[in-house]
Every structure is written in C-alpha cells, then in structure tokens.
Design a binder for this molecule. Structure first.
Ligand SMILES: Nc1ncnc2c1ncn2[C@@H]1O[C@H](COP(=O)(O)OP(=O)(O)OP(=O)(O)O)[C@@H](O)[C@H]1O
Length: 259
C-alpha cells in the first residue's frame, strides 16, 4: 500500500516505475514521493530493489546493460528520463555516495575541486579554494585535513574517506544526495560521525539513503520506505513505520521475523 504526501512538496516522484534487468523485473509499479529537505530511508531485505530505485534517480541504471526503466520519475516535476535531458547535469543536481568510499587517487584538495572544475563553478583560484574549504567544513572533515590538503585522499582512514566523498558530492552544490549504504564499510565511530553529518546536511539537501540497518534508518531518517521483492510495501514517517506499521510484511521485517 502506498501513501503519498501531497503533490507540490515532493522533490522526487515516481509513478508506475518499473525496472527490468533483461527478463528479470527488479521493480514493480513503484509510486513514491520523496519530500525536499528530509532524509528518506529505503529499507528491505537483500535483493528487494532498494539500490535499483536509488540508481533510477540519477540514471545510474543507464550504465547497466540490459536495464530498462519504464513509468515516470520526476525531479522537481521534470522527467528524469526525458531523451533531451543532459545526464551530466542531472548527476550534478543529484550527487551520489557509494557503499565503499571511493576517493580519486588524487590529493584531498583535488578530490573536492574535481567537480567544481569540470562544471566551471569557480571563476578563479580563490573561489575554488572557498568551495573546497566550505565543502570540507560541511562534511565535518576540515579540521582533520586542513594541514594536509595536498596529500592523497586514499591515505585517509575509511571514515575520513567517506566524508571526503561526501565533501566531493557537496562541492557541486547538488540538490539531492543519494547514499547507497554509506556506512557499511565503516566502524561504529566513523558510522556515528557520518550519521551526524547526514542529520546536519538535511537542512540544505534532500537525502535518500539505502540502509540495511533499521537502527540507522530510525536514527537518520524522517521518512522510511519499505520494499519487498521489488514492490513498495509501505512508506510513511519513520517513527510511524517503526512503531505502528500498517502492513504485516513491514511488521515482520522490522521485528526481525525475516530479512
Ligand atoms: N546489473 C544487474 N543485472 C541483473 N540483475 C540485477 C542487477 N542489479 C540488480 N539485479 C537484481 O535486481 C534485484 C534488485 O537488486 P537491488 O540491488 O536493487 O536490491 P537491493 O535491495 O539493493 O539489495 P541489497 O540489499 O542486497 O543491496 C535483485 O534480484 C538483483 O539480483
């Protein structure tokens, strides 16, 4: 059963969204609204289609051979799958942070400056410096790396690398940040830092996060969508989903009866 927030307040809207990988249908008729300025968590057992849905939003599925997306997906009311749409521009508006931190083998500075450079966001070096510093600050990393900006990003700890990847995503001023299990490779302390950061970022960005951890969904999100076997079973306020789910399948999952 799908519940909608009123139209007009949603940043991303899926209607009748289907995804096939060759013969296999990974998502069935998904209707889902993602509100602006909130964190929406996508949860559900392995293989239920969470990552597939996430990857539809910035058209990462375009790169998967045999993947076919039908139905409608809009960002601020515009069709994400419009043939005329510039996918590079879309990915600047919709940034992504992956499961494994993947800094470029470049300096910490250049990791963050990369996007602003290719999108021509800074008029001069001073402006680029400002974007880099601001992004590192917003990602909660500046104090730890200020004195070593020219050192390689790959030399940082896993948690620092993930915050560097978040800084890199923020640097192009996206509207939406997609996070695909961003803490699964991190220890509990690094995880706590990234979770804190997610909470701070929601003032400025719309965030969609895939997580296997129900505790994490409960800690960081305001809205939760539960997927099962490629279908959206239930979506609602996170507290409501975790304390008073309407669907027996959701209840079964959150109480650990299957997973
Ligand atoms: N590139 C692909 N080619 C073929 N099938 C795929 C591909 N990617 C995903 N699938 C299938 O689509 C379904 C949904 O996968 P998806 O990765 O979206 O699930 P998920 O809920 O994110 O899983 P997990 O929690 O294990 O990451 C699964 O059955 C998966 O095997």
């Amino acid at each position: 059963m799908n519940q909608f927030i009123p139209r007009g307040t949603s940043k991303i809207s899926a209607r009748g969204l289907n995804v096939h990988y060759g013969e296999k249908q990974a998502l069935h008729d998904i209707d889902l609204d993602i509100p602006a300025g909130e964190v929406t968590a996508l949860i559900g057992p392995s293989g239920c289609g969470k990552s597939t849905f996430l990857r539809c939003i910035n058209r990462m599925n375009d790169m998967v051979e045999g993947a076919k997306v039908t139905g409608s997906l809009t960002l601020d009311g515009s069709d994400v799958y419009d043939r005329e749409l510039d996918v590079v521009q879309l990915r600047a508006r919709v940034g992504m942070v992956f499961q494994k931190p993947n800094p470029f083998p470049k300096s910490i500075y250049d990791n963050v400056a990369y996007g602003p450079r290719i999108h021509g966001l800074a008029r001069d070096q001073a402006e680029l410096d400002e974007i880099v510093m601001n992004s590192l600050e917003k990602a909660g990393l500046l104090a730890e790396v200020e004195s070593r900006l020219s050192e390689s990003g790959t030399g940082l700890s896993g948690g620092q690398q993930q915050r560097l990847c978040i800084a890199r995503a923020i640097a192009v001023a996206p509207e939406v940040i997609l996070m695909d299990e961003p803490c699964s490779a991190l220890d509990p302390i690094a995880t706590a830092k990234v979770e804190e950061l997610i909470d701070e970022l929601r003032d400025n960005f719309t965030i969609v996060i895939v997580t296997h951890s129900m505790q994490q969904a409960a800690r960081v999100s305001q809205r939760t969508a539960f997927f099962h076997l490629g279908k959206l079973i239930e979506v609602g306020g996170t507290e409501e989903i975790f304390t008073n789910p309407k669907e027996p399948l959701t209840q079964g999952y959150i109480t650990g009866r299957f997973g």
